[in-house]
Every structure is written in C-alpha cells, then in structure tokens.
Write a protein that binds this ligand. Structure first.
Ligand code: PHB
Length: 400
C-alpha cells in the first residue's frame, strides 16, 4: 500500500475525494455551507490613550447586543475584528486597509476621533463598504462627504454645538468663554455653539484652544478667572474631561462661573470626578434617565453584564448594532447585497435608549437633545431642549 508523507494511504485519499465529490453534488449542500459563514464586522476604535474608555464602552455595547441575540444578527453569526487606532489620524489609512483588504471584513464600524474617522471614511467611500460610525462627529462625514454607504449612530459635532448654544442662551447666559481641544471636533463643537448662541444675542469673549490630547489647563483657567464670563463652554472627553472638570473645581471657579459643555464633558466620567463634578451642566442626545422601555432594558443589561453603568458611547455602539440588524435583515443576511443593506439602514427608524431614532437624508441621526446636570454621580435630566433635532447636512447631495 502506498502511504503519503502524512501517513494516509492513497486508497483512503481516493475515498475521501469521492466523498467530497458526493457532497458537492448534493444541490442543497453548497448554499448551506455558504450561509454558515459569519458576517465579519471590522471595528476600528481607540483602546489606548485618552479616548480608550470611549472605545471600550462602544465595544462592550456592540458585543452585548449581539450576545443577547445569541451571537447572530439576521440569522448570521457575527464575528468582530478589532483594531486599536490610538486616536491617531496618521494610523487611520493603514488600519482601515488592514480591515478592508487584509481581513476582508463585510462591514466597517468606527471610530471615536474625528480625524481618524475622516481618514477611515475616505477608504470606505472608495471601497463602497457599508460603514457605521458609532461616535466621531466630523461635520463633513454627513455634510459635503456624505455617502450612501456611510452612516452615523452618534451626531454631527455642529449639531451638538447648535443644540447647546440654544440651551445656554435660553438659560439667560450672555457672555461666554469657550475652551476646547484644537482639532476638527473641538473646532466644530465651538463653531456650532457660537452660531446659535450669537443668533440668540450671546457673545463669545474668547476661544481658548489646547492641543489634543494635552491636559495642561492651568493657563486656560487663569485666563477664565481674569475675564470673568457669565459661563464657560468646554469640550473635552474621556481622560481629558476628568482632568478638566477636576482642575476647574480645584480652581474654585464653578460657584461664580458655571461650567457648561456638550455632554461629552461629563458622560462616562461621573464616578471618576465624584463631587467635584457637581453642578456641571451639559446638553446631549442622551441622559441616563431617558424614560423609555429601551433605555431601562439597555441600562439593566449593561450593568448586569459589566458591573458598570453605560454612557452615551455605549448607547451609540448599541444602536450601531440595531442599525446593522435592520440592514442585514433586509439583505436576507447577505452582507454582499450592499444596495439592499444601505437602503434599509438609511430608512431605519427604531427605539433607542436615547429616544426615537431615525436618519436624515445625509444618514445622520435625527434625535432629541437633553439638558442634564451632574449631581451625586449622575447626569440628571433637567429637560428635553429639542425634539427630532437634525443637523443641517449642508452640502450633502444624496437625494432622499
Ligand atoms: C470626535 O473626535 O469627533 C469626538 C471625540 C470624542 C467625543 C466627541 C467627539 O466625546
């Protein structure tokens, strides 16, 4: 008997080959094998650096959503391929290519940092791969650079800025100093804020910028103390927000100059800042006590799974999977049917923990905004400041 180098006889090899031929001749065998292939979801998020907790919260919520559905969406097993982008824009192109061409993912999700997202989405547009952004707010992604395959489950930076500008003017605030990290997101949060705040008669006395991800705030705080505005509007997030809120409290500015900002200033950092965060007011498309069944179930499931409270980033990750499930279901579980998948996602409307969720013609969320105050370790809901509030989507040429 001839034995091959692996110790299998030639006769046995022929038997195996014959069995293979018999299987492939069965008409139902091939589709069954093809359908068992999991849908690969590429995840580009920060797992190190100042935005690491944000990437972690998004990942946890995405994984939890899929786990609750038995590991599958639309009858297809989901596998995640995760890469750490470190919130470093120069890493965006290489890492995105690694996911799309190297890993051949079916769907792309990510990221947190606007600069990385702009780099990622350039490749996503060229490749036509369905892409869901679970945080980064760079305006252009759903304005001039909008595309049929690019979706956001978060916000446009300008949209949050506009909503916060209106709420601060409604609170009777007239003279403000703005303070932000100097990169796309911070610049756009301040621009949107200033647009609506000035239209309502407010005045921006000074804009103080700090390079990202720098956390040296002493000279900014000294300047605020000397200008004595009615209030400060500040954008920092993650580790940087913890430092800013604590430094602001240590400088004893809060009593005379209330601290405001887009809700990223206080979301996810409630226990890290403790009492020092009390009184900080923010506006965001989420509040812990949004009163709907989806939010209650989501918060309980997240708390049970991770022994930690969810935040806005987790909500955005959760909804990225809600959106994907709607798209995949319409495509019969076949991620290669990109037109069907994209069309269904663009028309999606569902209950989010944040309240009703649907997308604008530019694929950016149309959503409620809430005024919150950080107190006793919780961002307490004060009131809904805007319902079904949309980003203007300026320059997006997608027809509905
Ligand atoms: C952004 O870079 O778009 C960004 C990052 C962190 C946030 C919000 C926006 O909390």
């Amino acid at each position: 008997m001839t034995v091959t180098s692996r110790g299998v006889s030639r006769r046995r090899l022929l038997q195996l080959a014959g069995a293979g031929a018999a299987v492939s001749a069965l008409p139902l065998a091939r589709p069954a094998i093809a359908q068992a292939k999991p849908v690969k979801v590429g995840v580009l998020l920060p797992y190190t650096g100042t935005y690491a907790p944000l990437g972690e919260a998004i990942t946890r919520a995405m994984e939890l959503y899929v786990k609750q559905k038995g590991g599958s969406l639309a009858g297809r097993q989901i596998t995640f391929v995760k890469l750490d982008d470190e919130s470093a824009p120069p890493k965006g192109p290489e890492l995105t290519t690694k996911l799309v061409q190297g890993e051949k993912v079916d769907i792309l999700t990510g990221t947190v940092h606007s600069g990385v997202a702009l780099a990622m989405s350039k490749i996503a547009r060229e490749e036509g791969i369905p892409t869901i952004i679970p945080n980064a707010g760079a305006n252009d992604l759903t304005r001039t650079l909008c595309a049929r395959n690019i979706f956001r489950t978060s916000f446009a930076n300008g949209q949050v800025g506009l909503a916060t500008g209106t709420a601060m003017a409604e609170a009777g605030i007239k003279r403000v100093v703005t303070c932000t990290w100097k990169y796309a997101a911070g610049v756009e949060f301040v621009e949107g804020f200033a647009d609506n705040f000035k239209k309502a008669g407010g005045q921006v006395l000074k804009n103080i910028e700090v390079p990202f991800p720098n956390v040296e705030f002493q000279s900014a705080l000294a300047e605020i103390a000397s200008i004595k505005p009615d209030a400060v509007y500040a954008f920092y997030a993650g580790g940087g927000a913890v430092k800013f809120v604590k430094d602001y409290a240590a400088a004893r500015l809060g009593a005379s100059i209330p601290l405001w900002g887009p809700g990223f200033l206080t979301d996810g950092i409630e226990s890290a800042v403790g009492k020092e965060g009390d009184g900080v007011k923010t506006v965001l498309h989420y509040a812990d006590d949004v009163d709907n069944a989806e939010n209650k179930a989501f918060r309980k499931a997240f708390q049970d799974a991770y022994k930690a409270a969810p935040d806005v980033y987790a909500v955005q990750g959760w909804d990225a999977m809600q959106l994907l499930e709607i798209g995949l279901t319409a495509a019969g579980g076949d991620a290669a049917k990109r037109d069907a998948l994209n069309a269904a996602m663009s028309k999606a409307s569902f209950n989010s923990p944040r309240g009703p969720f649907r997308l604008s013609a530019a694929n950016n969320p149309v959503q409620n905004f809430y005024l919150r105050e950080l107190k006793d370790g919780k961002n307490q809901l004060i009131r809904t400041t805007a319902t079904a509030f949309s980003d203007p989507g300026t320059g997006c040429k997608l027809s509905a």
